[in-house]
Design a protein around this ligand. Structure first.
Ligand code: UD1
Length: 350
């Protein structure tokens, strides 16, 4: 039986790994590795509990640090795991420091790498995630693109071998877990009515620094509607550091677990976010999205009229919240929710 090492380390990666590990486990021995990039239980353990992912066989416990320090610690700690396990595939997800570190260690050992969510580009190399994506794609054996845009971006960089457009595993997750999230009591716990509030998230590095952070705090605090903001620890620390606080009708709440967040998203009138994954999740659940960045990797959501880029411009944020983007319909931009089976087929021929 083939052996597949699946490397996760932070919140969005648990969501991506959940459907894929189920599909792979039917035909392979799946060995989970958790780098520990996210260690707060609200950002990590709760995802294992809710999504039913098998606990990791290896925990690298790297914690936080500078990009270089974190990446270096993962490289150093994953190498002996790869040597001991000798997997047929090392599967990495998305664009985080865990992604590039695991891929680089595997590449140096000659272990084939499968990159889930390959080919995405914001074309902004000041973003750490963009560097992680470009570098991971350059050394991956199999590149699993969520849509044709990803394959086109790779072709423009001269990468055509091993590229497969398989759809998006987050669409699989939305299909599998959306109905379960309906049973969550997240809205009731916060006294919210469906359609009666704006859901907001902010955690992107550039938005947790000044002057962007202050602008976003002022812009959201000035909105004339209820805003619920599950706060990322990085953002909470940045607010403390800068002596800033949300006001007006913004309610800051602890980070939401996946099913609770999905329920909050499905009930929201509109999502305001700088997250990559949440932009797409909004699309899957038919919720208009306002993106607090000037570019996005998920260009299809903008082209299809469900997402608008406003960066930290208060007027644009207020105007978009008053009149959210509303496409005529919500076609399946990222596959049919069965990407995981296709990936299993590519890797295992099953
Ligand atoms: C990382 C990813 C980002 C992804 C996000 C999802 C990189 C470069 N970025 O960003 O693409 O969208 O995860 O959440 O990998 N912290 C805690 N507790 C934790 C984890 C982090 O307090 O469990 C704090 C620390 O102060 C840390 C900071 O948050 O330094 C940032 O964490 P980090 O993992 O570097 O990046 P994220 O912003 O979470």
């Amino acid at each position: 039986m083939a052996k597949v090492l699946s490397v996760v380390g932070n919140r969005p990666q648990y969501v991506k790994a959940a459907p894929l590990c189920v599909a792979l486990a039917a035909h392979a021995d799946v060995v989970g590795v958790d780098t520990g990039q996210h260690y707060d239980p609200e950002l990590s353990q709760v995802f294992y509990d809710e999504l039913g992912i098998a606990p990791p066989v290896h925990r690298l416990e790297v914690g936080s640090g500078s990009h270089a320090a974190m990446t270096a610690r993962i490289l150093e700690r994953i190498e002996p795991v790869l040597v001991a396990e000798q997997p047929d595939w090392c599967v990495v997800y998305g664009d985080t420091n865990s992604t590039i570190a695991a891929a680089l260690a595997a590449a140096k050992l000659g272990i084939p790498i499968a990159h889930v969510e390959a080919g995405l580009r914001s074309f902004d190399r000041s973003m750490p995630e963009e560097l992680n994506r470009v570098l991971t794609d350059a050394i991956s054996t199999v590149l699993l693109a969520p849509s044709q845009t990803g394959a086109d971006n790779l072709a423009a960089e001269g990468i055509t071998d091993g590229v497969h457009v398989v759809g998006d595993v987050m669409a699989d997750a939305a299909r599998l877990f959306g109905p379960i999230a309906e049973r969550s009591d997240a809205l009731a716990q916060l006294g919210l009515e469906p359609g009666g509030y704006v859901l907001a998230t902010i955690h992107r590095e550039a938005n947790t620094r000044q002057p962007a952070l202050g602008r976003l705090v002022a812009a959201l605090s000035a909105l004339d509607c209820d805003v619920v903001l599950p706060i990322h620890p990085r953002t909470a620390a940045a607010l403390d550091r800068e002596g800033l606080a949300f006001g007006g009708r913004v309610r800051v709440v602890p980070p939401a677990p996946y099913l609770g967040f999905t329920a909050l998203l499905r009930g929201a009138r509109v999502l305001v976010t700088d997250s990559g994954g949440a932009q797409k999740e909004a699309w899957f659940h038919g919720v208009p999205c306002i993106t607090l960045r000037d570019r996005t990797e998920w260009v299809e959501t903008v082209e299809a009229g469900g997402n608008v880029l406003v960066a930290d411009d208060a007027e644009a944020i207020a105007a978009a919240v008053a009149h959210p983007p509303q496409p005529a319909d919500w076609p399946a931009l990222y596959g049919d929710g069965h990407a995981a089976e296709r990936i299993a087929h590519v890797l295992l021929g099953s």
